[in-house]
Ligand binder design. Structure first.
Ligand SMILES: Nc1nc2c(c(=O)[nH]1)N[C@H]1C(S)=C(S)[C@@H](COP(=O)(O)OP(=O)(O)OC[C@H]3O[C@@H](n4cnc5c(=O)[nH]c(N)nc54)[C@H](O)[C@@H]3O)O[C@H]1N2
Ligand SMILES: Nc1nc2c(c(=O)[nH]1)N[C@H]1C(S)=C(S)[C@@H](COP(=O)(O)OP(=O)(O)OC[C@H]3O[C@@H](n4cnc5c(=O)[nH]c(N)nc54)[C@H](O)[C@@H]3O)O[C@H]1N2
Ligand code: SF4
Ligand SMILES: [Mo]
Length: 707
């Protein structure tokens, strides 16, 4: 990189792609150097908020380990290649496999960064269509798919998710989320901490339900520790109380509901006394929270990943919305409200108030027979689909911005399976734990070389907005954008390997402009580009019934598939947890598995530590800083002990996304403090059968002192 001190300093506006808060940043540059990154004060949505990850975009841009050319593996070694050579290698090896074994022989995995990149999110479906494979997997089944399923069944669209209208709310009940650290999820809310503080200053109350007294719980009015996996019982205790004590306040929702009687009947047996031992929250507390929720002027329940990554993830996600509905807080100021995104939302297109709804199980995975949900199979089925011979076996893989070796239960088994593939392509910016298994790696651009418009997150935002950011730096000559790479791969598969790369008329800017024009505000991309810091489209507004897309045109309060699972909730009441259980954790300076190579984030104390309550530590003879051994499913890992009163007794916490000591990766900073891979201890057979989501929390583990 050349430093040009004579060049003038310039200021650029960039929307951060590193988490769901989608903050606007001000990037100051001089020549081809980044001088500083700050929150953009003029951003109409984030108003200057930034976290340390936003600052790390400089390190990411400059990271010498970030790939700047395609790599091809020859005799087990990666060598740098031109784009032509890389595409030629794919052309030589992938289409013959499809011809020999059929389209399903190609698996596709799509990871978290794809949701933050318009060039990947809007274009990967075209690649998938070109291949015609059923074997699609994504990080969604490690994360939010239960919420998408429950809301799809209730409101008719996978992305119709109500979010807390925090700026006008008096009471927030939050489960399984830690937005002070995560910066929010399925709720795009930059500076949650500031908004929560403002809410409390005007007399609002926040209650956090979490096995750990998290940073979010510490800043709330009340923390209720819950037995991991116990949310269904707690939430059912609340719903039961609302019916039993006649606390229903349906208000404006009444005419739009279907299934109220079926719901009442279904929860009849789940009284708080029976729920208390299973969730660890006393019956009296369940009742008082239910009353508080019903009686608050404007209240909202919000549940996030901790409620999804459980056996009853879909039931939990449904119960959260049920509570908002029964207390009249859905689609109401200060409650749980639906956004009206400026572009790309299903719930602003087609016929208002009615639609086809969602269905699952149109096909089933070959080995476990898991139903397809939202067009995907559970990512925890990936290894078995590669390992198991027979028609439809996955022999080739296209991995787009995903690191399943670290992010998915039984990651080491996945690594083994990947090494048995006939051919693998990774679209990734690093040579890491997963892409080291590829035969060809096709890199993406630095986020500072890319245009940005969020497709997904304006559909879950605390306020309506339209924002676009252009590239800060020109992209390197000859380097395709990721959407061009995807379209070219589609061409190769369709026998058009000689086609030129697609031009701008097929690119994201044309797509955004079309979507904005067709959207509910009739905007154009030029208008959005011309507005410094984006266009504010106002506070959320009531949208019922126009946003519904169910066949009935009603909110389905009692989806049969979900009600049927209550039999299993009932049966699980008898399962008394014995021994220690493991939960995960996020850190301010992490982003799942891939940001540990950025110096500004890697500095500071060791983060891959085992949090344990003092009583448990004493009983197990574990001292602060000593190495503990954690064992499950025949695997043993060691991690330094961090004794903490914040943990619930009987529960320990280890963060995910670590384990950067695998041979063949090229992550020099991360390798210095690799940590251990939590997912090596988790079962890939444990799923919510409705949504296919993996169970990542409340997993039994044996802990001992290292001898
Ligand atoms: N035990 C446990 N496991 C978990 C979780 C948990 O809470 N506990 N959380 C889960 C959740 S919520 C998620 S979303 C998943 C994430 O799971 P994944 O999506 O599989 O994992 P990431 O760590 O986000 O890895 C992203 C990959 O994309 C690459 N990448 C980054 N930027 C770009 C880019 O611009 N272009 C391209 N092509 N590639 C890029 C990175 O190098 C990395 O290889 O992890 C899940 N795993
Ligand atoms: N700094 C940072 N930010 C991130 C990420 C990151 O890795 N680092 N990842 C991003 C991604 S991909 C996502 S999906 C979001 C997730 O955003 P959040 O949903 O806010 O995720 P977490 O911080 O993992 O919070 C989940 C909480 O659930 C708790 N929990 C665990 N088990 C249970 C249970 O059984 N019941 C209940 N009630 N709680 C439980 C955990 O203790 C934890 O505090 O964060 C995003 N933001
Ligand atoms: S909170 Fe999220 S979007 Fe905002 S600067 Fe940090 S990583 Fe980027
Ligand atoms: Mo996620």
């Amino acid at each position: 990189m050349t430093h040009s001190p004579s060049a003038a300093e310039q200021s650029h506006y960039r929307i951060c792609p590193l988490c769901e808060a989608c903050c606007g940043l001000e990037v100051r540059t001089q020549g081809d150097q980044v001088i500083s990154i700050r929150g953009a004060a003029q951003d109409v949505f984030s108003h200057g908020y930034i976290c340390p990850k936003g600052v790390s975009l400089k390190d990411l841009h400059e990271d010498p380990d970030r790939l700047r050319t395609p790599l091809i593996k020859r005799d087990g070694q990666f060598i740098e290649a031109s784009w032509e050579e890389a595409f030629a290698e794919i052309h030589k090896r992938l289409p013959p496999l499809i011809q020999a074994h059929g389209a399903d022989t190609v698996g596709c995995i799509v990871g978290n960064p794809v949701a933050h990149k318009i060039g990947l999110l809007a274009y990967f479906p075209r690649l998938v269509r070109a291949i015609g494979t059923r074997n699609i997997f994504s990080a969604s089944s490690l994360d939010q798919i239960p919420k998408q399923l429950s809301n799809g069944l209730m409101y008719g669209d996978w992305n119709t998710l109500a979010v807390p209208d925090i700026e006008r709310s008096d009471f927030l009940l939050m489960l399984g989320a830690n937005p002070v650290i995560s910066n929010g999820s399925l709720w795009t809310v930059p500076d949650y901490r500031g908004k929560a503080r403002a809410m409390r200053e005007r007399g609002g109350r926040i209650v956090v339900v979490d096995p750990r007294r998290t940073e979010t719980a510490a800043q709330a009015d009340l923390h209720l520790p819950i037995q991991p996996g116990g949310d269904a019982f707690f939430l059912l205790g609340l719903v039961h109380t609302l019916f039993a004590e006649n606390l229903l306040r349906l208000g404006h929702l009444g005419p739009h509901l279907a299934g109220l009687d079926a719901l009442r009947e279904a929860v009849h047996h789940f009284n708080p006394e029976r729920m208390a031992p299973a969730c660890g929250i006393a019956a009296a507390t369940q009742r008082s929270i239910a009353r508080e929720l019903a009686q608050a002027e404007r209240a909202v329940v919000y549940g996030r990943i901790g409620t999804c990554t459980q056996r009853f993830g879909t039931v939990n996600s449904w119960l959260v919305d049920v509570l908002n509905i029964l207390t009249g807080n859905l689609d109401r100021e200060g409650g749980a409200m639906f956004t009206k995104a400026a572009a790309f939302a299903v719930n602003t297109s087609g016929t208002p108030g009615q639609g086809r709804g969602v269905i699952t199980g149109r096909r089933h995975s070959r080995v476990s027979k898991a139903p397809e949900v939202f067009g995907e199979f559970p990512i925890t089925c990936l290894a078995e689909e590669i390992e198991t011979p027979g028609p439809g076996q996955i022999k080739a893989l296209i991995c787009i911005g995903s690191n399943p070796v670290l992010s998915t239960p039984q990651g080491p088994r996945i690594a083994q399976a990947l090494s048995s593939l006939s051919f693998m392509v990774s679209l990734d910016i690093y040579l890491n734990e997963t892409s080291r298994h590829a035969d060809v790696i096709l890199p993406g651009l630095s986020p500072l070389e890319d245009v940005h418009y969020d497709i997904a997150f304006p559909q879950f935002s605390y306020r309506n907005h339209a924002r676009f950011s252009g590239a800060v730096f020109p992209k390197p000559a000859g380097f395709p954008e990721e959407w061009q790479t995807l379209l070219h791969l589609a061409d190769i598969i369709q026998g058009k390997a000689d086609a030129a790369l697609a031009g701008p008329e097929q690119g994201p800017e044309a797509l955004i402009d079309q979507a904005l024009r067709a959207g509910p505000y009739g905007l154009t991309l030029d208008q959005v580009k011309a507005a410094p810091g984006g266009i504010d489209l106002g506070a959320l507004q009531s949208r019922l019934p126009e946003m519904l897309r169910t066949p009935s045109g009603k909110i389905e309060l009692a989806p049969p598939m979900v009600l049927a699972d209550l039999v299993h909730v009932e049966a699980a009441l008898a399962d008394v947890a014995e021994g220690m259980v493991l939960i995960g954790r996020r850190d301010t300076r992490s982003g799942n598995s891939w940001m540990h190579n950025l110096p500004v984030l890697a500095k500071g104390p060791e983060r891959c530590t085992l949090l344990i309550h003092p009583q448990d530590a004493a009983r197990l003879g574990l001292a602060q800083g000593a190495l503990a051994q954690l064992s499950a499913l025949g695997t043993t890992l060691s991690a330094p002990v961090d004794i903490s009163e914040d943990m619930m007794p009987g529960v320990v916490s280890l963060p995910h996304g670590w384990g950067h000591d695998l041979p063949g990766s090229q992550l020099h900073v991360a390798a210095r403090r690799p940590g251990v891979n939590l997912n090596a201890l988790l079962s890939d057979g444990a799923r919510d059968p409705l949504s296919g989501n993996a169970v990542l929390s409340g997993v039994p583990v044996q802990i001992s002192a290292t001898t």
